[in-house]
Ligand binder design. Sequence first.
Ligand code: ASP
Length: 423
Amino acid sequence: MKVFKFGGASVKDANAVVNVAEIIQQFPKENIVVVVSAMGKTTNLMELLLDAYVSGDASKKTKLFKQLYDYHYIIAMELGLTEDASFMSIFEDKFAELEVNLEEEYSEYYDYEYDRLVGFGELMSTTIVSGFLNHIQLENRWIDARKVIRTDSSYRNAKVNWEKTRELCQRKIATVFDEQCKVVITQGFIGHNQTKQTTTLGREGSDFTAGILAWCLDADEVIIWKDVPGMLNADPKYFNNCVKLDQISFKEAIELSYYGASVIHPKTIKPLQNKEIPLYVKSFIEPKNQGTKIHASSQNDDKTASFIFKENQMLLSFVPKDFSFIDEQSMHVLFGYFAENNIKVNLMQNSAISFTICIDYNSEIQKEITEYFKDVFYVRYNDNLELLTIRHFNQKVIDFLTRDKEILVEQKSRQTARFVMRS
Ligand code: ASP
């Protein structure tokens, strides 16, 4: 069995949906679980609709609802689905249900409401993909991910209950496949808690859904279909001449996503690594091409240097006012604060009387921290910085990428060199 994942860009319009169907048709003998995200930028639109609902702005709500409806209707129409009465009754029922949900009284619990409403994008995209496969006589079964992915109640960042999810997957997905039906279509991103409320796995969480399903169903492989040829050694937004990584290890993939490479959702790798299920990142534009294979072997990891670039960074330095050492106790206090306030430290460094962190720029956080620690630390900051991480570096690469830059912090281990710098 294979698990495929198609993101928003791969289902953004009617042609894209046809392309998805063509890719699935290239594997006629395989049982495939297809995880689909919301179409195009629908999740962003759902967030705006949610805000209109929360703020009680009825006219904005109506406008956005119509925009959402029209976008999906046009895709369905171009696919020839609006002629099909049974498809249209499902389509209309789903929108009617959303409309009812948007009329309910606001619970004052934003994260709960977010999960209750925002996953609608995935429900619609899968309804259309499944409807189109039926239309071209490709037998498939639409499965509601809210009935198989069991999580806790941490709305917007739900934690998976692996055992329960496995049991549900085995019962509700594994049993679907037979000689006639080889394709299951389901949603990424959404799940449910013990009391059947909808939960979500966090933005971009559909990759993770593919990893969860692969783990639960003991899949042979996962393919994430993207609009890039595979995992690249750098973000083409910042670097020319990017190179595709043909093969990397799970460990390398986790490291790259930890440092900020954004091709795969970071949580996706762990379940696959745990069962040694290979993950391929392939182009949905050129599906026959090789892509990147992510698997257990680390043999090829150091063949190519990878660069990860984060813009808009700031350094915050903490210097004890009484000239005491930065010790375990002061670190404990600082990290307690970071953890409680969800401050993600991208890099850190300390000396005897100074402790420095690099974080995403946020002037509010800088002010709050300065105020909070004003009796104990002098808090100094530098902004307008860039954080560059180079995996499998060599001096030539470093010299090239740091040319014309002022380096404020530099760190090196055997595999990784990192620089906080200013243009
Ligand atoms: N649709 C969700 C998002 O845009 C989940 C996903 O696409 O992975 O974040």
